[in-house]
Design a protein around this ligand. Sequence first.
Ligand code: 5AD
Ligand code: SF4
Length: 450
Amino acid sequence: MPHSNPPRTYRVKSFGCQMNVYDGERMAEMLAEQGITAAPEGEEADLVVLNTCHIREKAAEKVYSDIGRLVKAGRKVGKDPMIAVAGCVAQAEGEEIMKRAPAVSMVVGPQAYHRLPAMIARAANGERATDTDMPEDAKFAALPARRKVGPSAFLTVQEGCDKFCTYCVVPYTRGAEISRPYSDLLREAEALVEAGAREITLLGQNVNAWRGENARGHAVGLGELIKELDKLPKLQRIRYTTSHPNDMDEGLIAAHGEVQKLMPYLHLPVQSGSDRVLKAMNRSHTVDSYLKLLERFRAVRPDIALSGDFIVGFPGETEAEFAETLQVVDAVRYASAFSFMYSPRPGTPAASMDGQIAREVMEERLQRLQASLGRDQHAFNQASTGKTCDVLIERKGRRPGQWLGKSPWLQSVFFEGAEADAMQIGDMVHARLGEAGPASLKGQVLSSQA
Ligand code: 5AD
Ligand code: SF4
């Protein structure tokens, strides 16, 4: 739809992974730099960026219904919102979106969003534009500096994927693996800490594949980057996600034993407990190599909390192969995990494989898997009861007067009553962990450090 007014307010809606959350924040910062302000809560924005996710089913349909809803809501208040579709659906289906949804002014891919301001200027002149380039010039260099962030901030260090797991769209939507330069990352981390971050989570589709060159010109991996970030005095916690079993190196494993600020938590997807399925998925690791890797982490950091991703119902998965996944879960005892039904993604090899599994079968397997994972998460939380640890206060809880923070093991910890009344976002409190629920624990403050 043609627009003739530059937008004054914006809203960025991010879906999917943490990388999208990061991109969404950077887009918002860029819009703010253009003088466009965040739309107040409950008010329709002049410009809406839908920062989409394509990893599983119905992503595109969701975008179309969101667009419909925005147009309708705008009409009610006499507004005609300028709509930008960003993220991985934009990358994968941009042209189709432009054809099917005349209300969309801009389609911009995850590697091109630094060009959004120019696209907005064109849209304000009534032009529609699509940019799904994957330019060599780093988008990061074109983005404004970080100014205001919450206590727990994301920092993208690596993007893209060269692994081509046969079920996954990421190598197509995010492009080839790239590592951001060491010095840029140190600069952004410093800016994040100055802007209020006490915890930084390093992000990448294969974050542990990050490689760089330090100030002395030596080739370094993620472990060395973490050691350098450890030196930032005001930074208290470091995390990283998501890793691939094949990119783990000794330096990163060792860092878990050496760097106090590196939290005792590892998200390492395995996807399936069957070697045959792993091979068909092109995962290039085995169940055994995965379990041995976890043992190396446990050896240097015995209290490490483990987390993983699982897919049930990959084409050809038999009941016996699924049972092997349950065995891996029983062997590892994950502290938390994400599990999904296989979703055929257009253009991926697995989508055209024989032996696609019926939905009812997938649903039943997912239920059984989630029962096991839920049991282990609850048990992990129960085993934490009585421990003392630092909790970083991140937001208000659902109930009035309640505050929510994160333990070193990424558990949600709730505080209530008088001690909660004195809390604010960004506090690091020393607490005793109390009663454990399936997905959270109660906390009791022992001492507080603002
Ligand atoms: N179907 C189901 N789950 C998928 N994932 C990635 N692609 C698919 C797919 N086609 C899951 C994997 C990955 C996580 C981010 O999403 O478990 O680790
Ligand atoms: Fe997708 Fe596999 Fe790459 Fe992860 S490693 S982003 S699952 S292709």
